[in-house]
Design a protein around this ligand. Structure first.
Ligand SMILES: [Fe+2]
Ligand SMILES: [Fe+2]
Length: 601
């Protein structure tokens, strides 16, 4: 080899030897100090690079292993392991000194290689004993790595791992009892990819084990490894949460491959042993799961329920796993575990959610038609149904099914407001108006605009057949903003930048685009397009030059309800605002102004 290159290696060794000694001295004073292990690993990494470049592969392998061990040792919590790694580090410094002296002498280099071979073996033993936890059941692993926990009885799988020459990713972690791993399962920092259970463990061990795993880590694939997979044929494995059965002797690579496919989100729940059919994951009706048939739900919402209103699913890769049934109550342990793992969303089936909305709709219909129930309760129940319905629309987008659900809410708005102004007792009654506005203050904007529109239509004495359709278009007036930021949704232009304004100005047209071809009358689509236009030319979309007044009364009712709704929301956090005086009534036609004055002033 070129002496010039070897000279540069010697220079490098001279440079780094004192740097390597510093962390070793610190660790001799106090071995439980992770940063010095990492520091050593960082420095030795340079030599690994240089030796690889100079084709000194044997030494490169040794330094590479030392680098790996030192990095992993940051997470060692056993003193015996830390001391063993420290011994390896000291030996490494010694070998470096020898390498510097012997590099230009072939005989000396060969003698040193024998020493390095011994050291590689020592290093590999330390790695197995303390870093992969194979022999002693240590759990000192890097929580930043993905791991597969393997519960086994006869150490068949750990033998397979030891035979494997490759670095393990995901890292295997062996256990023979649940006790020592309960804490790991509970700890959200451990990224557990999969759990493999040796079925030769007694059933009294692995059945409770399944239960605990399902509770603490719902959604993690569980594989059973068995010499006799046929014996599971009579058991409904899906019911107990098992996703695969592997047949002994399965190579660790097979098991690993399974875990890697989970990590990559490509998991197929196919059985690796073709003699046993666990089949692909299906829903309760045995239909393959289509993700578009699911909608997301905030976990907090479900946690508040006394019983799950739906079957609850979690997403694993691109599949859904059912982990809690309708009418079950999630345990505090599950809830806490999901909070720890920062799971913010559950999934429910769209069909189930529609059924639920249907039940809510019937319940609200019962309340709104009950004369003994006060107006305030009717309004707040109807508004809650509106919020549920709008959230469903936002999740599923606009199609015939969502319009159908929206109509269910609209019917209830009509019923709850029907005749409310007719007997005159609520007209100009400040208490009635105050409590109505208070009920709307915290509501979804779409719900509030639909209900204010319903009230205006009472004042305008609109015909029944068109009234519901107008309330529907009021409910959907801002559907063009469904995927916009909260800032744009607040519809306060003063707070938007140019880019946000452009999105905002386009939302009426976008809304019409989404709603066309779904059976809404043209006059309603026009109203949605023009709900921000005012008679004097204010607003948007802009008037075309020379055009006549194209703001229809429906657009005006929605526009006025919309302005009032925003002022009601702002007034709820600023007492100095009176929404009724803030609305620019003069921008609306006389007929609409009259309807407003009849109710509010
Ligand atoms: Fe709008
Ligand atoms: Fe709006």
């Amino acid at each position: 080899m070129d002496m010039e290159f070897l000279g540069s290696l010697v220079e490098e060794i001279d440079d780094i030897l004192p740097q390597l000694k510093a962390p070793v001295l610190e660790l001799q004073k106090q071995v439980n100090n992770p940063k010095y292990f990492a520091r050593f690993g960082q420095i030795i990494d340079r030599l690994f690079g240089t030796c690889s470049m100079l084709d000194l592969n044997y030494f490169a392998e040794y330094f590479g292993m030392m680098k790996d061990i030192c990095y992993k040792s940051r997470f060692l919590d056993e003193e015996a392991g830390q001391q063993a790694v420290l011994t390896l580090m000291k030996k490494c410094i010694y070998i470096l000194g020898r390498l510097k002296e012997s590099i230009s002498n072939e005989e000396k280099t060969i003698a040193l290689m024998e020493e390095v071979a011994k050291e590689l073996k020592n290093a590999s033993t330390v790695k197995e004993n303390y870093l992969y936890a194979i022999r002693h059941g240590s759990v000192s692993i890097d929580p930043n790595e993905d791991i597969i926990i393997i519960f086994e009885k006869f150490k068949k799988m750990s033998d397979l791992v030891m035979e494997s020459e490759h670095l393990m990713t995901p890292t295997p972690l062996f256990a023979s009892s649940l006790l020592s791993f309960h804490k790991k399962l509970e700890n959200p920092d451990y990224k557990i990819t999969a759990i493999l259970i040796d079925a030769s463990l007694d059933k009294e061990i692995w059945l409770p084990l399944l239960e605990v795993v399902r509770t603490l880590r719902p959604g993690i694939p569980i594989g059973l490894v068995s010499g006799l997979p046929e014996s599971f044929k009579t058991m409904d494995l899906k019911k107990i949460g098992v996703t695969n059965v592997f047949k002994y002797p399965a190579s660790f690579e097979t098991l690993q491959q399974y875990a890697v496919s989970i990590l990559n989100g490509e998991i197929s729940f196919d059985n690796h042993d073709s003699s046993h059919d666990t089949g692909p994951l299906t829903d309760k009706d045995d239909h393959p799961i289509e993700l578009s048939n699911f909608i997301e739900m905030l976990t907090a919402k479900i946690h508040l329920c006394a019983k799950n209103p739906f079957d609850i699913y979690v997403k694993v890769g691109n599949k859904m796993l059912k982990f809690s049934l309708q009418n079950e109550k999630m345990t505090n342990e599950q809830i806490q575990n999901h909070k720890n793992k920062n799971i913010k969303k559950y999934y429910v089936k769209r069909d189930d959610y529609e059924q639920y909305l249907n039940v809510c709709k019937q319940e609200v219909a019962r309340i709104t038609s009950d004369k003994s129930i006060d107006f305030g309760s009717k309004i707040s129940k109807t508004a809650s149904l509106g919020a549920e319905t709008y959230s469903y629309i936002k999740h599923c987008g606009i199609d015939k099914r969502t319009i159908n659900e929206a109509n269910g809410f609209v019917e209830n708005v009509s019923n709850s407001l029907n005749g409310v102004l007719k007997d005159g007792k609520n007209l100009k009654n400040p208490e009635f108006i105050k409590s109505f506005m208070k009920d709307l203050a915290g509501q979804e904007h779409a719900v509030s605009v639909a209900m204010l529109t319903g009230l205006f239509l009472e004042s305008l004495e609109a015909e029944d057949d068109i009234r519901d359709q107008i309330i529907l278009s009021a409910f959907l007036h801002d559907i063009g903003l469904h995927d916009a930021s909260e800032k744009i949704k607040s519809e306060n232009e003063d707070e938007m930048n140019d880019e946000e304004k452009e999105i905002f100005y386009n939302h009426p047209l976008k809304g019409v685009e989404l709603l066309k071809n779904l059976g809404l009358k043209n006059v309603l689509l026009d109203a949605i397009e023009r709900h921000h236009m005012r008679l004097d030319g204010h607003g948007f979309p802009r008037w075309e030059k020379g055009s006549v007044n194209k703001v229809n009364h429906i657009a005006e009712v929605i526009g006025l309800s919309e302005e009032l709704s925003h002022w009601i929301t702002r007034a709820s956090s600023d007492e100095s605002i009176n929404p009724l005086s803030m609305v620019k009534k003069e921008y609306f036609s006389e007929k609409i102004q009259k309807a407003f004055l009849k109710i509010f002033i």
